[in-house]
Design a protein around this ligand. Sequence first.
Ligand SMILES: NC(=O)c1ccc[n+]([C@@H]2O[C@H](COP(=O)([O-])OP(=O)(O)OC[C@H]3O[C@@H](n4cnc5c(N)ncnc54)[C@H](O)[C@@H]3O)[C@@H](O)[C@H]2O)c1
Length: 349
Amino acid sequence: MRLATPSGFATEVFLLEAPDRELLPEGAWTLVGDRRLREAWTRAGMPEPEHALWVSVPEEEKKLRTVIPWLEHWAQIPLHRDATVVALGGGVLSDLTGLAAALFLRGIAWQVWPTTLLAMADAALGGKTAADLAAGKNLVGAFHAPRRLVACTDLLAGLPERHLQNGLWELVKTALILGEMAWAQEMLQDGPLKVAWVERALAFKAGVVHRDPREAGERRLLNLGHTLGHALEAASGYRLLHGEAVGLGLLASCLLAEEQGLKAYPPGLIEALVRRLAPLAPQIAPWADCLPLLARDKKAARASGSSIEIQCILPRPGEPAVQRALPPEAWESSHARLLALLHQESARV
Ligand SMILES: NC(=O)c1ccc[n+]([C@@H]2O[C@H](COP(=O)([O-])OP(=O)(O)OC[C@H]3O[C@@H](n4cnc5c(N)ncnc54)[C@H](O)[C@@H]3O)[C@@H](O)[C@H]2O)c1
């Protein structure tokens, strides 16, 4: 099924069960694929181009040095300006392959075939490509939208449960940005993933990034849960996965929104979040470790005088989330409440 996207949107978006070779590029192309997917890809009858690269890239290797051999390889083939690169893998592989495509010959076309729920629901759409620097995650990158996104749910069959849960948090984020509490609660029940959830998240993100491709305004809403989330992720030494950290950040954002005098949350939603997140409590770093990371947030800006403000996204039940510039210290009491609620829940069960 091809999803409806705004007219003029840079990426055609497909959501399928099985991979379909008809959606591969028409002209010359090559592949950068996650080694773990090679068997599933060929079993599905998908072709392997002669110069395909089958790689295994852990999060710690999401670095510029990883893509340099790929670029050298493409130059040796040689891959021409009119060729297309296909990325087959999770968010790490697609962020890096997109970046390599943006750099090679100053930019060649690429397609993305995301294979984790997190990449399907979020990372593969929107044209942000990235690598990490020693100073932090995603500090180098380019906006380079793929021509086509093909999400095939059959490929999720081998994905470990922890990574399915991880991707679910980006779906819950979408529901909270929209203020759709019933949808969020439905996703927090223990039940199978519904393709319709991925479809809604993709359609929503396509609309937002089309209206605001460079994150000058509305696109910032997609950072809901990411402000404290990124700090917790880094402070855990990346033992927390990205989506898990976002999940913790979502609950903290609900608590912060209440403290800021926005509408209270339905108790059922807070309870559902707490129940799901409680096992992560031991990974939550103390506030003293989070504060300096918050102050270094990519979205932090110096307000008047020397104080720092971060654009924080606050969810509201029944209405879209709002943006508010707040000092990093504003997160202290929601961090404390987050810890207290999750420890209480862990002690209860
Ligand atoms: N560009 C963006 O807009 C954006 C948005 C969100 C996140 N990200 C980035 O995405 C990255 C995280 O992505 P992720 O959660 O997909 O992690 P990942 O890419 O590290 O993949 C997770 C693990 O699953 C394996 N895997 C992938 N697909 C599989 C499958 N179908 N079956 C079995 N194993 C499979 C991978 O080899 C890896 O070990 C982070 O680096 C984050 O910064 C980017």
